[in-house]
Design a protein around this ligand. Structure first.
Ligand SMILES: *[C@@H]1O[C@H](CO)[C@@H](O)[C@H](O)[C@H]1NC(C)=O
Ligand SMILES: *[C@@H]1O[C@H](CO)[C@@H](O)[C@H](O)[C@H]1NC(C)=O
Ligand SMILES: [Cu+2]
Length: 298
């Protein structure tokens, strides 16, 4: 009996270790919940693109950095509006809490063009960043630690976002191994939404990036020898938050508090946007989707 118990403990210990990864289990938009499929399970209609495994994407140039491991098209699309509160509920593999507490969370969007996102392949899309969060305060825990405690990650859709079909890509970086090059774990998850309203905001061309493409394994926010030093500043990987989204109240206050000096916005990025909000708000939905999908005939 004693022997049997130790085997059981050994098995459960091994299982816990092996399954210390996870996936986006639910997206809540303005209070309405949409369930995701368990990775690898038989898919039911969802707005969240199903991935093949709870394991992380490894390597900044891995094609799966786009939407997660072998991400599949999802059958449904969620309606949303500019300024909506989004909550991303990440879970561990066996529906236990998300297992990590170290590293930032970042949110990107891309346009699916004039048709719905249900069959839109984003592998060569141009993405813009709308939000990012690191430590909740200088010296404080990472915001991701609250996800480990069972809370969702919160993101606000930009209040001036132009209507249209979009993928929203919420990403957790597990940096618990980031003291070594190649140690970072990437967990991207793409959800299919249709934004209504009559706003006109969108990114500028120089704010758009490819994913993979925007990150390198040696970026300071991906290979980070100081990741466990609470007072060290953190440099987010990828582009700065798009100017039209940076003006959004909750988005900026969260990332501002969290990043200290760290926001990835480089001086060059702001110099390009003379009359920033004016130039981006002149984009209509057609020109926005054209900007984001230049290879798609309009
Ligand atoms: C999207 O295109 C890439 C490159 O051709 C391909 O590897 C991937 O499987 C496609 N994604 C889906 C969901 O079909
Ligand atoms: C998201 O918001 C809820 C409600 O305010 C809060 O309890 C939770 O901690 C937030 N999540 C994160 C990751 O900060
Ligand atoms: Cu993990």
């Amino acid at each position: 009996m004693k022997y049997f118990l130790s085997i059981l403990i050994l098995i459960s210990f091994t299982f816990t270790f092996v399954s210390a990864h996870g996936y986006l289990a639910q997206l809540i938009i303005d209070g309405k919940a949409y369930s995701g499929n368990v990775p690898g399970a038989q898919a039911t209609p969802s707005v969240i693109r199903q991935v093949s495994d709870i394991s992380p994407v490894k390597g900044a140039s891995n094609p799966d950095l786009n939407c997660g491991l072998s991400a599949q098209f999802a059958a449904d699309v969620a309606d949303a509006n500019p300024g909506d509160a989004l909550a991303f509920d990440w879970r561990g593999g066996d529906n236990q809490n998300w297992p990590h507490n170290t590293g930032p969370m970042l949110t990107y969007m891309t346009s699916c063009g004039s048709s719905s996102c249900t069959t839109y392949n984003s592998s060569s899309s141009k993405w813009f960043k709308i939000q990012q969060v690191a430590r909740v305060s200088s010296g404080g825990p990472w915001a991701q630690a609250a996800v480990m405690e069972g809370f969702p990650a919160n993101v606000t859709l930009p209040s001036t976002l132009a209507p249209g079909n979009y993928l929203i890509r919420h990403e957790i970086l597990g940096l618990q191994g980031a003291v070594s090059v190649g140690g970072a774990e990437f967990y991207p998850a793409c959800s299919q939404i249709k934004v209504g309203g009559s706003q006109t905001g969108g990114p500028t061309e120089d704010e758009l990036v490819l994913l993979p493409g925007a990150y390198s394994d040696t970026d300071p926010g991906i290979y980070d020898p100081n990741v466990y030093d609470p007072s060290a500043s953190y440099t987010f990987p990828g582009p700065p938050i798009a100017a039209f989204a940076g003006g959004d109240a909750s988005g900026t206050s969260v990332s501002g508090d969290a990043s200290g000096s760290a926001s990835a916005s480089t001086p060059t990025a702001t110099s390009g946007s003379s009359g920033s909000s004016g130039s981006s708000s002149s984009l209509n939905p057609q020109s926005l989707s054209k900007l984001l999908n230049e290879d798609i005939p309009s």
